[in-house]
Write a protein of this length. Structure first.
Length: 471
């Protein structure tokens, strides 16, 4: 039989062998995991506005005044504010001075939020010696009057908006925590009693709590819980801080705090992790890490049942050594100035020069997860995400991220859509040369999909973030 050109026949045979090999490889290749969004399975409100913000501890200036509109766009339910001595609230006995503090509080209100007022100031007339170990005023009656007048001022200036009052900040580490207090457990409990009583006399609807620990395992917290339960002292929330680049380590502090609360069934306080961020001493420098870290930590907080959190912070800011020298020791002033004025910073959503950082856009995507939480099964993908349905906008929202140094692939399956919809996709680009929102949250062309859309194959880069909406 004539079979044609032998070289051509050999080439054809090689191609057939190649396709056969590829087919065999395809049969042995691991299946791509499936991530399934169930649009018809609602799990209750997500309350994403409880993943909130904090600012302060650095200056009497209204630090994010130029960014009120951008902060408002994130819809934080609370913004924590340090009520520090640089506001000069008691320049002399009997005279309350709130003008400087008013500017910062007013900015929080203008941002559509409510302030969490962290009381960490020491007026010289009540604390005449500059010493972090001098933690109780020389006149508790005068201290209570000052606190009463301060709370009443804001209950009248912003009725119903200033409810959370936190007593102390990082009271377990003193000046290196940015505040002039270093308490022992018994002294803190005594100070808390006096301060909480004054707050609630001025505003019976206020919520009081603390101790805003640098370490949740400080003995101050169990001492406070025991005293409040035993003596029926109001305690509406407990608070603490952690800076770690591990979201699961952050979650462990929530679980520990909740384990302590179980030992005191007579107390039902909210839990507030009101300072958190990456490891401050050795923050990861990959610009994609921080926004993905924000999302993974937010999920861990939600899964652990945390009530509120306040990311620290909105904007990086330099400190004025002369200002801190009025109420900090020389060593404390040097520490603050070296930390904030010399060391590289990665905390703020806006940097020292007021430029927006990629982490801002992670909060921007979180702020879109409004409404009812939806069931999301990430299967064996190793990916995480959250999804919601917002009945006001009639939009299904899906946020998925890859908190890993390795890329990932998956098939996205969307079930339970009520009809054909327009699917929009965004990709958070942490290294785009522009801070324009359309560069950072890069949109792809919208696609019309049926009620039962085909699966979408997605490849997501290390620390990648993707957002979908169906509308």
């Amino acid at each position: 039989m004539h079979i044609g050109n032998p070289p051509l026949t050999r080439a054809l045979a090689s191609i057939l062998v190649l396709f056969a090999t590829m087919g065999a490889a395809a049969q042995t290749r691991p299946a791509v995991p499936v991530v399934t969004l169930s649009c018809d399975r609602q799990l209750g409100p997500l309350a994403i506005d409880h993943i909130a913000l904090g600012q302060g501890g650095l200056s009497a200036d209204p630090m994010f005044h130029s960014r009120v509109a951008e902060v408002r766009a994130l819809h934080p339910g609370l913004i924590r504010l340090f009520v520090q001595e640089y506001y000069d609230l008691l320049p002399e006995r009997g005279r309350l001075h709130c003008e400087a503090l008013d500017r910062s509080v007013d900015d929080i209100i203008r941002a559509g939020s409510s302030p969490l007022m962290c009381l960490c100031f020491k007026p010289r007339v009540l604390f005449p010696t500059i010493d972090e170990r001098q933690v109780e005023p020389n006149d508790y009656e005068a201290w209570e009057k000052l606190v009463f007048d301060l709370v009443r001022h804001y209950s009248q200036r912003h009725p119903g908006r200033v409810r959370y009052w936190e007593i102390g900040n990082e009271v377990d580490i003193g000046e290196i925590g940015g505040c002039p207090y270093l308490f022992q457990p018994d002294a803190y409990v005594r100070y808390y009693r006096h301060t909480a009583a004054a707050i609630l006399r001025a505003d019976p609807d206020a919520r009081v709590g603390g101790p805003a620990l640098a370490s949740v395992r400080s003995p101050i917290l169990p001492a406070l819980l025991a005293a409040c339960e035993r003596d029926k002292v109001p305690l509406h929330f407990v608070s603490w801080h952690i800076y770690s680049s591990s979201p699961t380590t952050i979650r462990a502090t929530i679980e520990y705090a909740k384990s302590l609360l179980k030992e005191h069934p007579g107390l039902k306080p909210e839990t507030i992790l009101d300072e958190w961020n990456m490891d401050l001493y050795d923050p990861p420098m990959d610009p994609a890490f921080q926004p993905c870290f924000v999302l993974e930590t937010a999920l861990q907080m939600k899964e652990a049942g945390l009530d509120w959190s306040c990311y620290y912070h909105v904007r990086d800011y330099h400190v004025d050594e002369r200002e801190f020298g009025r109420f900090f020791s020389p060593g404390g002033v040097a520490f603050m100035a070296r930390w904030w004025n010399r060391m590289p910073q990665a905390d703020g959503l806006f940097d020292f020069q007021d430029h927006v950082r990629p982490a801002y856009f992670a909060f921007k995507l979180l702020s879109r997860l409004t409404g009812q939480r939806l069931h999301l099964d990430c299967g064996a993908s190793g990916l995480h995400g959250m999804a919601t349905y917002d009945e006001r906008y009639h939009i299904y929202n899906l946020l998925i991220w890859n908190f890993s140094k390795q890329p990932a692939e998956f098939e996205l399956a969307v079930e339970g859509l009520p009809g054909a919809m327009l699917m929009r996709q965004l990709k958070l680009d942490a290294v785009a040369p522009s801070d324009d929102e359309n560069a950072r949250l890069h949109p792809e062309s919208p696609v019309r999909v049926p009620a039962s859309p085909p699966r979408q194959h997605v490849r997501i880069e290390p620390f990648g973030v993707r957002f979908w909406s169906f509308e």
